[in-house]
Write a protein that binds this ligand. Structure first.
Ligand code: TXA
Ligand code: MG
Length: 337
């Protein structure tokens, strides 16, 4: 079936919500230049209004409509990584509504790599774009606030139901976790900051630009409490979730089962367990393939009536940093095992 871009663009121009696949996760889209349409995103997600949204662009040629004082590094990064899973935080252009930026003077911008997302953005541009002729689609992940991001169209229906005018179905998302976010709005000669690790790594950015984004210590996966009270609970299943080191899995699961709790396991390596878990899922022991399957696996275990989800810890290795970040956030707030 050919995607219904004409209908989708009609909805966007009428201020309605259209969900669409990107290479990372599904987005919940609205005309980024229309504050009332953007307000509908916040209402549908149950998201606090001071949380900024990412604006999706049909190409780097649109950057100057949305940002000002764009540093050379931003052009270099767009050239190297767009379309792709990299979001740039830049100073906002005056026309960008505060509704999109959460009241801040900066805006998050990215050009997604999925053919349906690009098709939609190009059709939107061809039809004259949104308010004031600006052409950007504001789209957070298409989940209820704080929940697991959707990586399939069916997940979007589960999360948001009838609040969305249309869901474009592009099958499962390839990357599976949200884009890397780099803050380039810092002043002077301060290095850019990594705000969210993702598929595109600081190493790749360094290799292309010679500039190494600052990687905050809490993202390195070392010296971090397994269940942290300092991280905002995010990307989380409803079922309490614990991260457990591989060698401790048998003992922890035996203990949980003994206490009568229905226990699900998300493993990465082969496990010989003393007792059967209520549900079990295994993801590949390789970071990119693991990321691709992570949210669908968590969603499945969350839906199968378990009391706890035990997740086998991932290696403390830069290749796993983005996955480790999502797991830490998902486990945050579940307390000690
Ligand atoms: O892969 C992705 O980035 C997906 C797809 C749909 O593009 N989108 C996504 O959006 O993950 P969302 O809203 O779920 O997460 C966006 C993150 C939030 O943590 C937000 O705080 C941050 O981007 N962000 C957006 N604009 C920002 C800004 N101006 N300054 C700092 N952080 C910003
Ligand atoms: Mg999100």
């Amino acid at each position: 079936m050919t995607p219904d871009f004409t209908r989708a663009v009609g909805f966007l121009q009428a201020g309605k919500l259209v969900a669409f696949p990107t290479e990372t996760v599904y987005g919940l889209g609205a005309d980024a230049a229309n504050p009332e349409a953007v307000a509908r995103i916040f209402a549908a997600k149950g998201r606090p209004a001071d949380h900024p949204l990412i604006v999706h662009l049909p190409g780097a040629g649109h950057l100057e409509r949305w940002a000002r004082d764009i540093p050379a590094l931003a052009w270099e990064l767009a050239e190297a990584f767009w379309p792709g899973p990299l979001t740039l935080i830049l100073k906002r252009a005056p026309e960008v509504p505060y509704a999109v930026t959460g009241g801040q003077e900066t805006v998050g911008l990215r050009m997604p790599a999925h053919p349906l997302a690009l098709g939609l953005l190009r059709a939107f541009a061809l039809a004259g774009g949104g308010r004031g002729g600006l052409c950007g689609i504001a789209a957070p992940s298409a989940n209820r606030f704080g929940r697991i991001s959707p990586t399939e169209a069916a997940h979007v229906h589960q999360e948001l139901g009838a609040t969305v005018a249309l869901v474009l179905d592009g099958g499962p998302c390839q990357v599976g976790i949200e884009s890397t976010i780099i803050d380039l709005s810092c002043h002077g000669d301060q290095p850019p900051r990594l705000l969210r690790p993702g598929h595109i790594t600081p190493e790749q950015i360094y290799a292309v630009t010679g500039v190494r984004p600052e990687w905050p210590a809490e993202m390195l996966g070392e010296n971090v409490p397994r269940v942290s009270g300092s991280l905002e609970a995010h990307y989380a299943p409803l079922t309490p979730m614990y991260l457990v080191a591989s060698e401790q899995l048998p003992a922890v699961i035996a203990e949980l089962q003994k206490s009568g709790r229905r226990c699900a396991l998300l493993a990465r390596t082969r496990q010989t367990l003393p007792v059967l878990t209520h549900a079990q899922s295994q993801l590949p022991d390789e970071a990119e393939a693991y990321a691709h399957g992570l949210y669908a696996a968590l969603r499945e275990l969350d839906r199968s009536a378990n009391d706890v989800i035990v997740v086998e810890e991932v290696p403390a290795d830069p290749a796993w940093a983005a996955v480790a970040d999502r797991l830490r956030r998902a486990a945050c707030g579940s307390g000690e095992v």
